[in-house]
Design a protein around this ligand. Sequence first.
Ligand code: FES
Length: 588
Amino acid sequence: MPVQDTPGAKEAAKQSTKPLRSQAWFGRQDKMGFYYRSFLKNSGFPQDQFDGRPVIGICNTWSELTPCNAHFRTIAEHVRYGVLDAGGFPLEFPVSSLGEVTMRPTAMLFRNLASMDVEEAIRAHPLDGVVLLMGCDKTTPALLMGAASADLPAIGVSGGPQLRGVYRGEIIGSGTNIISMSEQLRAGEITLADFHEAEAAMNRSAGSCMTMGTASTMASMVEALGLGLPENAAIPAADARRNLLARMAGRRIVEMAKADLKPSDILTRAAFENAIRALAAIGGSTNAVVHLLAIAGRVGVELTLEDFDRLGRDVHCLVDLMPSGRFLMEDFYYAGGLPAVLRTLGERGLLNREALTVNGRSIWENVAEAPCWNEEVITPFEAPFKADAGIAILKGNLAPDGAVIKPSAASPELMQHTGRAVVFESVEEMHHAVNDEALDIDASSIMVLKHCGPKGYPGMAEVGNMPLPAKLLRQGVRDMIRISDARMSGTAYGTVVLHVAPEATAGGPLALVKTGDLITLDVPARALHLHVSEEELAARRAAWVPPAPHAERGYQRLYIDHVLQADRGADFDFLVGRTGSPVPRDNH
Ligand code: FES
């Protein structure tokens, strides 16, 4: 069902009998009513705006420091038109924005902080519903986590991917080609001028990364979870239909507010199962594992790493998109986008068809007729782009609480491999060593990086796809097994084992690995084994000294003290769950 067919007014029939929440502010005819209304009137709002119509927050992550969300003022305007169309009262407000490319040490360090900002802003204000404007990687989970904990009617609107990158007539993809071109530069295959020219060619329009990286994966998760309108994931930012989607979302949230249709009604276990299968079918980013676990934790859905392995196992990767394949999000949209993928899953019994979505219809009602216009981009289930390509969950004495690998981005010949560990105690040591001609390493070695997990970096940075040693690059080596407690960019690729839990800094077995140890990666057996005896590991543990925390005070200290491990979504222990939206007390 295309976005322009989104139901609107007829859903108003399902009105809740609950009084609108905003009336506890604006419906008062006393001192506090004067107070709450009066100051808003300095924007020119007439008295009739406070007559009991739904007040809709437009939660905006616009920021010039988040270039992928820099067009969000325009999107917010289209949401505003939609809210007004439907008789609502729109009020835009800013929340923390998380720019993946600009924030150091990693935007992930601030995901939980932003989620708190969102949750508290929604709860504290006189809102009946909220439209969540999300784009760059971490803005999506942060807003979904916060909105889930506040549990006020909410609809997600993603900013959309950029147009294809085009460099000297060749299609290039966000992130994916940064990695390949930086390796070409290091190998002396291209010049610095070529490199600079490609930078501008890659990012030639508004929007988020246009590969199936984390931003596009999470926009797909918004749609698969039922929290966004059909087609939310793939309409390019520069396509007028992105503004149409924003306008329809503005209309729809007014009806959702009247019907009191909340995130907890939509974010059921069935919805998460749909999202996990969609994640496998799109060959999505490993980062979605951490984010979906955290979102599920907010709404009380018991989701585990094993669910990703079990549910993703029967699912083929259907889309031939970078970083695993050839095409980009723009092509995905023209081919039919996520609705076409969900339809295929539904026809194979791989979709919980009854799961409710924000437009008031089931997910199956939304996608049952979805066309596929290009079977090169969205392949048939019988002839998939990559078979059995769901994210695999590894366990073993090196990762007792699990680790993840994305087989669709890995080298088939490395999926069962035993090699000698070459260990780096820090990311700085690794960066120095990979350019050291004397480094004792060959293509069969396994690179192991420690102290890049949630507590260790801190923030679990995207450094798990370590650059390959320069001397091996010159020999033509293009992939090696890499193991760490870090994450990797959704635009990256390679045989990279990530999210090892517990992390090294928390005393996980990863902390005890030494250069020269043998490690076996066996993806078909879902195993990650360190060939060191229990006695030797016990001796190493007895001698192990935990590293000093990175911060003594401030937010980073709070983060280190309260962040959960990757297998629990790296949320804060005190943020798991939801409080809902009641605020009984006046402010004066
Ligand atoms: Fe913002 Fe990729 S850097 S979406």
